[in-house]
Design a protein around this ligand. Structure first.
Ligand code: KG4
Ligand code: ZN
Length: 360
């Protein structure tokens, strides 16, 4: 199979690592031809979080429709595709398997390359779809329900971990706060909405690992702080509502945003890389978006956040990463395995070794 043939037509990518079944198609010049995201939120909401077995079954039920929809939106036949990409990890193993196996089946049937993409590299590459986004190298902050980490990113296969959460992810801190306050799942967007009317200074929140000796994060203390406040109110026969609820949401949101931006901008200065790209579902947060731009300007750091729909899980970002691999002539073996714990440092191992060009 010739990898050089691989960027000669549209590319299909599938994302199925958690609770969104997504497919996207990028044209040969990188233009987005289709961007389909089918969310499973309603299936998991009654359980207060993602149930892995339900996620696998929902992906199975949706994948064919989602891929067909993407092809219809792009107005192309499957035979026009030059490659098929999918997230191979990290994520829920049963969920990953559905998307990866679907991609393998299509790649094999069409006789085109398969490209296995690391989910975090996808979040870091979400910016690449926009011509206005900074090109690597940049510092990448990925903050989602499953990840919170800072990287030096020089391109696919060249992400260096600088710091990461030691316990809960930032999105998990939002979701656990929402759960304690009875706001449903996933709660990040609900906390964000309520916080807009609140006073962020009303309830002081901890900023763990603030010191300069580590670029790691810790968010589990926030959940404890919220739980203590909720229990104190309950003991007094009250519960958080109206202004107090908005103030608590605003206090938690401000604490998470401050921790993320303080560390990210400090890393930009320390590494002398004055470009910061923020991705992952938490990058959809309205305070994070406005503060990142304001504080970035104060620190003379160029900050880029993809549009909110490209921050939460989607397949356009997987397609963007796959394009970058294909541009290097790299693609994966059809025996690529899904890996629930895939490390970003090992992302290149999902691709076959580069081929040495033959002598003319
Ligand atoms: O990237 P993503 O869709 O999935 C993972 O890879 O985890 O991120 C989902 C996370 C959830 O924790 C959700 O609550 C959070 O992103 N999130 C938000 C907002 N929108 C989504 N958190 C804060 N504010 C938001 N507006
Ligand atoms: Zn994600």
């Amino acid at each position: 199979m010739s990898a050089s043939a691989s960027l000669r037509g549209p590319l299909l990518a599938i994302e199925s690592s958690c609770d969104e079944t997504a497919a996207a198609i990028l044209d040969v010049d990188g233009a987005v031809l289709a961007d389909v995201v089918s969310t499973q939120v309603a299936a998991h909401a009654p359980f207060g979080g993602v149930v892995p077995e339900i996620a696998s079954r929902e992906h199975l039920a949706r994948i064919t429709t989602v891929v067909r929809r993407a092809l219809a939106d792009a107005g192309i036949a499957p035979t026009a595709l030059c490659a098929v990409a999918a997230t191979y990890g990290p994520g829920l193993i049963g969920a990953l398997l559905v998307g990866l196996q679907a991609a393998k089946g299509m790649a094999r049937a069409l006789g085109v390359p398969l490209v296995g993409v690391h989910h975090v590299e996808g979040h870091l590459m979400a910016a690449a779809v926009d011509a206005a986004a900074p090109a690597p190298p940049f510092i990448g902050l990925v903050a989602s329900g499953g990840h919170t980490a800072l990287y030096r990113f020089e391109g696919v296969g060249r992400a260096t971990l600088i710091g990461q959460t030691r316990d809960d992810a930032a999105g998990e801190a939002f979701d656990k706060t929402a759960k304690l306050l009875g706001l449903g799942y996933p709660g990040g967007a609900a906390v964000d909405r309520l916080a807009a009317q609140g006073d962020p200074s009303r309830f002081p929140m901890p900023f763990a690992l603030r010191d300069h000796t580590t670029e790691d994060f810790s968010f589990s203390g926030l959940k404890t702080a919220v739980r203590v406040l909720v229990e104190r109110e309950r003991a007094a026969g009250r519960h958080f509502e109206d202004q107090a609820l908005a103030d608590l949401c605003a206090s938690v949101r401000a604490a998470i945003v401050d921790a993320l931006l303080t560390k990210a901008l400090r890393v930009c200065r320390a590494k002398q890389v004055y470009r910061l790209v923020i991705g992952g579902g938490v990058a959809a947060n309205s305070l994070l978006r406005s503060e990142a731009v304001r504080r970035g300007a104060d620190s003379e750091v160029e900050v880029y956040l993809p549009p909110p729909a490209r921050c939460t899980d989607n397949a356009v970002m997987i397609a963007a990463a796959a394009r970058a691999w294909l541009a290097q002539g790299r693609y994966s073996s059809l025996s690529l395995m899904a890996n629930a714990d895939a490390r970003v440092e090992d992302a290149a191992a999902a691709l076959l070794a580069p081929t040495v060009p033959a002598d003319p």
